[in-house]
Each structure stands twice: as C-alpha cells, then as structure tokens.
Design a protein around this ligand. Structure first.
Ligand SMILES: C[S@@+](CC[C@H](N)C(=O)[O-])C[C@H]1O[C@@H](n2cnc3c(N)ncnc32)[C@H](O)[C@@H]1O
Length: 265
C-alpha cells in the first residue's frame, strides 16, 4: 500500500479542471433549470447569460452549447484561462474575464445572471453581499432573472458537518471532502476546509484550502434582499432543481435556489 502525499495548501479554485469535475453531475440539472425558470418566470426571451464566479466554466460551457450567448468572470486567473480554452477548443463563443462579484459592469445588460453552489457566500460581509446584488440588478434587463443558489443555515443546524463526493472522468478520479472547521453564528461566518484528492494514472495529488463563507438564515437573506427593491422574489426551489416543485421558504429550508426577477424601471 502506498502512503498518500500530505496535502498542499493551495487555492483549490486555481485547479479548475478538478473542481469542475467534482461538480459536473450537477451541471445538466442546473442548465435545465435555467431554461425552465426562464420559461416560467421571465418576461423576455433568453439569449444572454452571465455567470459571476464562473470557476472552471462547467455551466457556461453547457449553456453555450445550447446556443446562448454566455459571459462570465472569476477572481481566479487560472480559472478564467481554463474557461477561455474550453470555449475556444469547442469553437463556442463567450466572453470570460478576471473580475470581482462585488464590483463589475457590463457593456450591455443581460437576460439572466446565474450564481449557484454557494459562490455568493464567499462574500463575507453585508456590504460585499449587498454590492453583489446591486451590481447584478444593474446588469440585468427588466423582466430578466437572477438565479441564486446557496445553503441557508437554519438556527438549529448542526455546525459539525462533513461532506464527501467522488467523481470520475476517464482515468481521473476526484474526491472532494468539505469539512466545517469553524462556525461562528455571531460573526455570521463558517470556515470550510476543502480537501481535493486527485488520482490519475501514476498521479496522486492532495490539495487543501480553507474558505470563509457568510452564514444566512432565511430571515437574514430576506432582510438583505429588501435592500435591493429592483429584485423581486418569484419562487424558491431546492437543489433538486425541479421547476414543477417549488418549495416553501421556511426555516426548514437549507438547499435554497431563489428565482429573482428584475422589476420594470
Ligand atoms: C464554489 S466555486 C463555483 C464555481 C462555479 N460557479 C461552479 O458552479 O462550478 C466559487 C468560485 O467563485 C470564485 N470567487 C470567489 N470570490 C469571488 C469574487 N469576489 N469575485 C469573483 N469570483 C469569486 C472562486 O474563485 C471560485 O471559482
């Protein structure tokens, strides 16, 4: 038996090919949800989509394949380069750039903005989160949608939490373990340790990062949303992404996907 290498402390987001693989099973559900939410709630046809914090671009690439005009940005330069290459290799159009969710402007407004899998919770202060919502509202056309998915942490949630998932593609096997290593309800922060183990042929890579996430109860998110009156809450779903199964926005809900529509100006 070989001894696994010790994990290297890196920014896991600078390894988008592995991060992306770990979440690829979600992609088709998310892309289908974008289309069906648009059909049900938007007041315009879907042509242009922006993904802030696009990571390795799994969703952008899928949406570009379906014929939408996609754009996206991320703080991580390796991620941005990776998505640019992926689009180029498939001869798909799309604009990808380095940018910050709290401060971005687009040359033209878009029909839809998508932000799934807790990316929003990387904004660890109320000011940063508010700035994101305000910039999204400014980037949207009236009648367009902002689809926002992240974990609400109900007051009675167990702060001790570990999740593990494994994904395979060809010879490559990626195991992602997420562990809450600090939880502070008063400061509204939890610290999550990511362990990414990649095995591919002779290769055995162990990467480790820790990220702070902002905590939200249902009430705290609604209080934040009330500060951005341009965005209207149309429906709430869970991570099953089933448009025919809206879920009640109550204190039980943890895996929340919000459908927000830009009001007429
Ligand atoms: C959880 S990953 C999600 C990636 C991608 N959206 C997906 O669903 O696969 C979060 C991404 O957000 C990016 N990120 C974190 N803070 C950011 C910020 N302030 N502005 C832009 N991107 C940010 C990270 O670099 C990372 O790629």
């Amino acid at each position: 038996m070989t001894t696994p290498p010790s994990p290297s402390a890196v920014d896991c987001y600078d390894y988008p090919q592995y991060w992306d693989l770990a979440f690829r099973d979600e992609t088709l559900f998310e892309a289908d949800f974008v289309e069906s939410a648009f059909e049900k709630y938007a007041r315009l046809p879907l042509r242009t989509i922006l993904e802030p914090g696009c990571g390795g671009g799994r969703l952008m690439v899928e949406l570009a394949k379906r014929g939408y005009q996609v754009s996206g940005f991320d703080l991580s330069e390796p991620s941005v380069r990776y998505v640019q290459q992926r689009l180029r290799r498939r001869s798909l159009p799309g604009e990808v750039f380095v940018g910050d969710m709290t401060d971005f402007t687009l040359a033209k407004p878009v029909d839809c903005v998508v932000n799934f899998v807790n990316t929003f919770r990387h904004l660890t202060t109320e000011e940063a989160a508010l700035a994101h919502l305000q910039h999204v509202a400014a980037a949207l056309r009236s009648g367009g949608l902002f689809l926002l998915g992240f974990h609400l942490i109900p007051l009675d949630a167990d702060p001790e939490c570990t999740e593990r998932s494994t994904a395979r593609h060809g010879q490559t096997k990626v195991t992602l373990t997420l562990r809450v290593v600090d939880f502070n309800r008063r400061r509204r922060l939890e610290r999550i340790r990511f362990n990414l183990r990649v095995k591919s042929g002779q290769r055995d890579l162990k990467l480790q990062s820790e990220y702070d996430y902002r905590l939200y109860t249902r009430k705290q998110f609604l209080q934040l949303l009330a500060k951005v009156p341009q965005l209207e809450l149309c429906g709430t779903f869970d991570f099953n992404y089933d448009i025919d199964e809206p879920v009640p926005l109550d204190d039980e809900l943890s895996d929340a996907v919000f459908v927000l529509r830009k009001r007429d100006e």
